[in-house]
Design a protein around this ligand. Structure first.
Ligand SMILES: Nc1nc2c(ncn2[C@@H]2O[C@H](COP(=O)(O)OP(=O)(O)OP(=O)(O)O)[C@@H](O)[C@H]2O)c(=O)[nH]1
Ligand SMILES: [Mg+2]
Length: 286
């Protein structure tokens, strides 16, 4: 009969977090997927409606000087993402494992304000915790080919005092420079620990199976006697017909397999001592 008493069943929710060196972060439609498609052989979906990217895309980027890194194009983020709005939490969880962040800000006439876009995303990263807001960041001004983009960038830098790298995925202006900057920053950024201390304390619970019941124990009631106890071994003995050679061999093999003789020796049994197993008695010889 299989033993089922110690079996446990659990429902586990496993979370797969991708491992990338660089994460592209920004509002929906700022051009993250387009950038990934230009710098790697990845073929992400690109469209001018928000949340085109629902599942992160990865691409291997090769810099002209031979260095390479993995770039993740992540789903767009909106205000309240850290509380789960938009594709919020899914998105933020993926950044946890990125060593550096490329924060993409749309400088086209998109109807949104680049300054508030920047502030909202910084706030979301901060509110999420796990030090996301302290991760090294390269701020990128995207769609610089669009009319009015240069003025919007100047205005942005003046108001925020944040220096941006202007790029256009369309004309590829500034793209190579961005790759060099990413590679340089990665060279200076140590690998991010897989488990933040707080996260470990909060989330990691260790489950262990209950200790296996011992097969046998040995008692030593008097000077020259030893008693083998234990439900399992006694049950085995009772089910074995030791009046036959086969049965006796089976019992001895079982005792040897369990290393009963080694244990008796270790405890100090001497040749000629009597050993009891239920109603069976035999002499110990080494
Ligand atoms: N003019 C111009 N348009 C761009 C540029 N990069 C992207 N676009 C356009 O911007 C729109 C959104 O581009 P995506 O790359 O899908 O944007 P995303 O940031 O990945 O968007 P989500 O996946 O929704 O978060 C598309 O219509 C692109 O063609 C650029 O450098 N210049
Ligand atoms: Mg996208």
């Amino acid at each position: 009969m299989p033993k089922t008493a110690n079996l446990e069943s659990k429902r586990l929710i496993l979370e797969l977090k991708l491992l990338a060196d660089v994460g592209l972060v920004g509002f929906p439609s700022v051009g993250k997927s387009t950038l990934l498609s230009v710098v790697s052989s990845a073929k992400p979906e690109i469209a001018d409606y928000p949340f085109t990217t629902i599942i992160p895309n990865l691409g291997v980027v090769r810099v002209k000087d031979g260095r390479s890194f993995v770039l993740a194009d992540l789903p767009g983020i909106i205000e309240g993402a850290h509380q789960g709005k938009g594709l919020g939490l899914q998105f933020l969880r993926h950044i946890e494992r990125c060593r550096i962040i490329v924060h993409v800000i749309d400088m086209s006439e998109s109807g949104r304000d680049p300054v508030s876009d920047y502030k909202i995303i910084q706030k979301e990263l901060k509110e999420y915790g796990f030090g996301l807001d302290k991760r090294p960041v390269i701020v990128v001004a995207s769609k610089m080919d669009e009319e009015g983009a240069i003025d919007r960038l100047k205005e942005f830098e003046k108001k925020t005092k944040v220096k941006c790298l202007p790029i256009s995925a369309l004309t590829e202006e500034g793209v190579e420079e961005l790759l060099y900057r990413c590679a340089d920053l990665l060279d200076k950024t140590p690998a991010f620990p897989l488990f933040d201390k707080d996260e470990e304390e909060l989330e990691n619970k260790v489950y262990t199976l209950p200790e296996e019941e011992k097969e046998f124990e040995i008692k030593h009631p008097t000077n020259n006697t030893w008693v083998i106890t234990g439900d399992k071994i006694i049950k085995f003995y009772r089910m074995t017909n030791i009046s036959t050679d086969d049965g006796m061999m089976k019992l001895l093999t079982r005792l040897r397999k369990l290393k009963v003789d080694d244990k008796l020796e270790e405890l100090g049994a001497k040749d000629g001592d009597l050993v009891y197993l239920d109603d069976f008695t035999f002499e110990y010889f080494r």
